[in-house]
Write a protein that binds this ligand. Structure first.
Ligand code: 26M
Length: 824
């Protein structure tokens, strides 16, 4: 009967229309005469969902039968964006569904626009996790993601008088067709309580964690379809619930409010994503989120392993767990606790299993981003875990002492515990000690972590534990989906779609670089993307921009180290240069549209002032007729994944201008270049490797190098005004009130003067302006620019997330692809 009546989900147009209408009438309970674009989206999404579920089931069945080693990617953030278009393209349904929806009286574009982003992440780290899931699925790897199902994703940004204001992102307001609630998959998670020592039947000393509060984790599964494969993997997101619906005694005693309050406390845990990016906040609720997620995920992983009835020593042969930054580091402690306390395995044997299982990715060397938690806080919430951390540290330091005797200074530096008052747990140290491999996310960054934050660990471990895995991006979303015109041109030119699974094939474009027709279509694709963005800018900001101008883009989280401030200071310099020109002189200048976008953490005062300054400058520049449209400045509000999909394909040049050594990798740099946009960047993160691949003729690099930064910062201690005269002139312009009340910006200016210019804007400013001039000159040579643009895309093969995932799979996880077996 199962075979006979199992869902027949064919992929042709008629089958889609049938399922569309079925979902309108049953799932949505609407009449066919009463469908708006949103219901059309819902019905289409549910039709796709049916097909995803089928693949998801077949994939999980295959993985259970084959039972080979799986990787579990633990990430507190999955910045997925929209799913419908991605699923249609990955499943190969776009054409049939597009045709089908048109006959039903809708356009695919309108329907796709109805979807709200799944924005369960801050920025780079969260989007990386999403790209990696796409590659794992596409390459048939048996992989699971584990994360939290936040009720509120990253806040929505709006502007008021040029200032950022935040609004809650209540993304689950309408139903979410991209998740499968697993109300039967429930895990108890314990907090607080106490630890009791006892002796077991064999006379061993054991510890039991007892009492405290218990919450429940409910699983919600998000299917991730691969491109051009039946494989469909899973991200399991946990949602928190109180264990009992009501405390009945309290309820009966009339303490209704207290009973409901406790219920709310439990639901609080997964209520909101912390909106900090590259900055640690020591909030207790954040620590609770981390343990809640880690405990539920490990329980699930261990339960799955136990089903196969293999000995515990096989655990690392069946399970690889990747820690996306230090956020899931408690997983190391939790697995050790499960093995020692619950399974009765000896400490050393358990620890060998743990360290063989985990690997850790570091994403930053910024000191303020390093996670450290007060010992008393962990002691209170997780008393047994705190004991285990102290034991892990003790045994580790004993080993260090044995290998490198009589070096108390080294012991203090390596210790997992920071000996301050109160003591702190250094999560990165715990992650290193508990993992068999540690990686950085770009070549320079992986070198820098060995020379700076983790230097002392090299003394003990040697270098081999530390390696590089340069980040990557999925070409499916970031070219095929976001830039359909260019994707089509590439496919036609190369004669197949194989490049979407093997990005190195883009090299084939090189032999067409002098082909007139190809070049014409390449330029036309860029122009039509610029027109699309100009329309969006008009809608979102009310500013009219000329699509023939040079589009200069900086979109990323607002942070001092990323130096959006330097960019806007450069804009002021440009504006005042233009103002001094005659009309004839201005006629020779390349017109520019400078585009900003990005969110500031709600508590990051200086970052918020940068947004205000950008908007104040934009207001003056955009309304100054005397410069005759030679410059426009826009701040696009609420930058997110789906806005990025409009902005990135439209850029001529994008800025990645962090102080050298501060941006671990960057991933949007890769997205821009893949789409034929040039880079203006510092010698930092993955810019360096992009330059190596595309050649230094095709990129504009400037500024001081990472190894010079320390000396320059030191030199700043002996002065208190910017050394660069052009910078001083721009500061004077702001202080003169050219962009409104200058008192507003005093704290910002102070970071350059009295704040010692920690991010070296002054030191890089002249080099920045010079390189901007080069950009202008190069852009005048439109043919030369087109050649650069083509060469950029053609050499981006390395930056596919498929390459990155292949390296992780082969060198760290040791997992093999498991193609899905389909019945019939
Ligand atoms: C930590 C504690 C409390 C609350 C939030 C956090 C936190 C959240 C996100 C800390 C860091 C977070 O993300 C950091 C991040 O996105 N790093 C970026 O990672 C990218 C992928 O590797 C790199 O390309 C970027 O260079 C790096 O900045």
């Amino acid at each position: 009967l199962w075979e006979k009546y199992g869902a027949d989900e064919s992929d042709d147009k008629e089958s889609f229309q049938k399922s569309f209408i079925r979902h309108v009438t049953t799932t949505l309970a609407r009449s066919i005469y009463n469908i708006d674009n949103f219901s059309a989206y819902q019905a289409t999404a549910h039709s796709v969902r049916d097909r995803l579920i089928k693949r998801w089931n077949e994939t999980q069945q295959t993985h259970t039968e084959v039972d080979s080693k799986r990787v579990y990617y633990l990430s507190l953030e999955f910045l997925l964006g929209r799913s419908l278009d991605n699923a249609l393209l990955n499943l190969g349904l776009k054409d049939n569904y597009g045709g089908g929806i048109k006959e039903l009286g809708f356009t695919m574009e309108d329907v796709l626009e109805q979807e709200v982003d799944a924005a369960l992440g801050n920025g780079g780290l969260g989007r990386l996790a999403a790209c990696y899931m796409d590659s794992l699925a596409t390459m048939d790897y048996p992989a699971w993601g584990y994360g939290l199902r936040y009720t509120y994703g990253i806040f929505q940004q709006r502007l008021k008088d040029g200032y950022q204001i935040e609004f809650p992102d209540y993304w689950l307001n309408f139903d979410n067709p991209w998740e499968l609630p697993r109300l039967d998959v429930v895990v108890d998670v314990q907090f607080c309580g106490s630890v009791n020592r006892y002796t077991d039947e064999e006379g061993h000393e054991r510890y039991a964690w007892e009492g405290g509060d218990t919450l429940q984790a409910i699983a919600y599964d998000v299917p991730i379809p691969g491109y051009g494969t039946k494989n469909c993997i899973n991200i399991r997101l946990w949602s928190s619930k109180p264990k009992r619906q009501f405390d009945l005694t309290r309820f009966n005693e009339g303490q209704y409010e207290q009973a409901v309050y406790e219920q709310m406390q439990a639901e609080n845990i997964t209520a909101v994503l912390y909106p900090n990016d590259n900055h640690m906040v020591g909030k207790e609720l954040r620590l609770k989120q981390q343990y809640f997620w880690v405990a539920a995920s490990l329980f699930d992983i261990v339960r799955r392993f136990k089903k196969s009835e293999k000995p515990w020593s096989n655990f690392p042969l069946q399970v690889a767990i990747q820690l996306n930054d230090t956020h899931p580091t408690l997983a190391i402690v939790e697995l050790q606790r499960i093995l020692v306390d619950l399974e009765g395995i000896g400490w050393d044997e358990a620890w060998a299993i743990v360290t063989q299982t985990f690997a850790f990715t570091n994403h930053t060397i910024l000191p303020e981003a390093m996670e450290r938690w007060p010992v008393p806080m962990i002691q209170y919430l997780l008393p047994r875990h705190m004991q285990i951390i102290f034991d892990i540290n003790l045994f580790f330091l004993q080993k260090v002492e044995k290998a490198i005797p009589n070096n108390r200074d080294l012991l203090a530096k390596l210790s997992i515990i920071e000996e301050s008052t109160p003591q702190f747990v250094r999560m990165a140290h715990l992650a290193i000690v508990g993992s068999h491999r540690v990686n950085g996310v770009a070549a320079l960054h992986s070198e820098l972590i060995k020379q700076t934050i983790f230097k002392d660990f090299i003394q003990f471990y040697g270098e081999s534990k530390f390696e590089n895995k340069t980040n990557g991006i999925t070409p499916r979303r970031w070219l095929h989906q976001a830039n359909p015109k260019l994707s089509e041109l590439i496919t036609e030119t190369l004669g197949s779609k194989n490049w979407l699974k093997n990005l190195d094939l883009l090299k084939g474009l090189k032999s067409h670089v002098n082909n007139k027709d190809f070049r014409k279509r390449w330029v036309a694709a860029k122009l039509s993307n610029k027109v699309r963005l100009a329309d969006y800018i008009q809608k979102a900001t009310g500013v009219t921009v000329n699509s023939n101008a040079l589009f200069d883009v900086q979109v990323k989280r607002i942070h001092e180290y990323k130096r959006q401030f330097m960019n806007i200071l450069g804009v002021i310099h440009r504006y005042n240069t233009l103002k001094k020109m005659t009309s004839e002189e201005r006629a020779c200048v390349v017109h520019r549209v400078v585009i900003f976008g990005g969110k500031a953490a709600p508590g990051y005062y200086i970052a918020k002032l940068v947004i205000k300054l950008i908007n104040s400058v934009a207001e003056v520049v955009n309304n100054d007729n005397s410069i005759e449209d030679s410059l426009k400045v826009v701040f696009i509000p609420d930058y997110n994944v789906s806005v990025a999909e409009i902005i990135i394909p439209a850029s001529d040049i994008s800025q990645h201008i962090s102080t050298a050594g501060t941006e671990a990798s960057g991933t949007s740099n890769m997205k821009f270049v893949l789409n034929g946009g040039l880079i203006l960047g510092t010698v930092d993160g993955a810019n360096i490797e992009i330059c190596e691949e595309i050649g230094d003729d095709n990129i504009f690099m400037f500024g001081n190098l990472a190894h010079q930064v320390d000396d320059l910062r030191h030199a700043h201690r002996y002065r208190s005004v910017p050394v660069d005269p052009s910078l001083q002139a721009v500061i004077n312009d702001i202080e003169s009130g050219q962009f409104g009340d200058s008192r507003i910006f005093a704290p910002l200016i102070n970071t350059l003067t009295h704040g010692k210019d920690y991010y070296l804007i002054s030191d890089d400013f002249q080099s920045y302006l010079d390189t901007q001039k080069l950009v202008d000159e190069s852009y005048k040579d439109q043919e030369g620019w087109t050649t650069k643009s083509i060469m950029c895309s053609a050499h981006m093969g390395k930056f596919s997330s498929d390459r990155a995932i292949q390296e992780y799979a082969d060198q760290i996880w040791e997992i093999k692809p498991v193609p899905v077996m389909t019945k019939k």
